[in-house]
Design a protein around this ligand. Structure first.
Ligand code: GAR
Length: 200
């Protein structure tokens, strides 16, 4: 049965595009029921609109301005996502940390993509952090992982798929970022297939 996805984004949405293309191309038995962004300017919203997918803009600032708790933001986010009855919630470049007020509503159904190997470089600057560690001679490679998000631990949880990405002495942050994104677009689809179709 075709899986329903909710995809949460904060930016460019190149990984959202990979999902859209995989669904369209028949590589993934899924449909995107909604794309949610916490940023209005996120280019991914335009990608979704172009593909005819419903979008929701859910900004944090009004909550902060009103002195409302972050957990209220997460609870409202959960409510609006629930309306679309997704089988999986995919964090594809979603840059806000989600609390249990969101996660507990989708137990073991939230999937996160992160541009680092398991246990390395959590947070919003993983590629930069890895590049600097390489320059200090601490690592020779970085990677990409897709994992379940069972709790509030940041960029951690049961790994569905991961892949190492080499770093070369000739790299700058742009060439490394591009190499990582290329792997992400492939690995995210493979991981979603594993979850949805039990592939591999
Ligand atoms: C991706 O590299 C993703 O792994 C990263 O944000 C980027 C979004 O790119 N996520 C994290 O760093 C989560 N901690 P995109 O908007 O082009 O898909």
């Amino acid at each position: 049965m075709t899986a329903k996805l909710a995809v949460l984004i904060s930016g460019n949405g190149s990984n959202l595009q990979a999902i859209i293309d995989a669904c369209r191309g028949g590589f993934l038995d899924a449909e995107i029921a909604v794309v949610v962004s916490n940023r209005k300017a996120a280019y991914g919203l335009q990608r979704a609109e172009k593909a005819g997918i419903p979008t929701v803009y859910h900004p944090l600032k009004p909550y902060k301005d009103a002195g409302r708790d972050r957990r209220e933001y997460d609870a409202d986010l959960a409510r609006l996502v629930e309306e679309y009855k997704p089988d999986l919630v995919v964090l594809a470049g979603w840059m806000l940390i989600l609390s249990s007020d969101f996660l507990d509503r989708f137990p073991y159904r939230v999937v996160n993509l992160h541009p680092a190997l398991p246990g390395q470089f959590p947070g919003a600057h993983a590629i930069q952090d890895a590049f600097e560690a390489f320059q200090r001679g601490e690592i020779k490679e970085t990677g990409v992982m897709v994992h379940l998000v069972p709790d509030e631990a940041v960029d951690a949880g049961p790994v569905i798929a991961s892949e190492a990405v080499p770093i070369y002495p000739s790299d700058d942050i742009e060439t490394l970022t591009k190499r990582i994104h290329n792997v992400e677009h492939r690995l995210l689809i493979r991981a979603l297939r594993r979850l949805i179709e039990g592939d591999e």
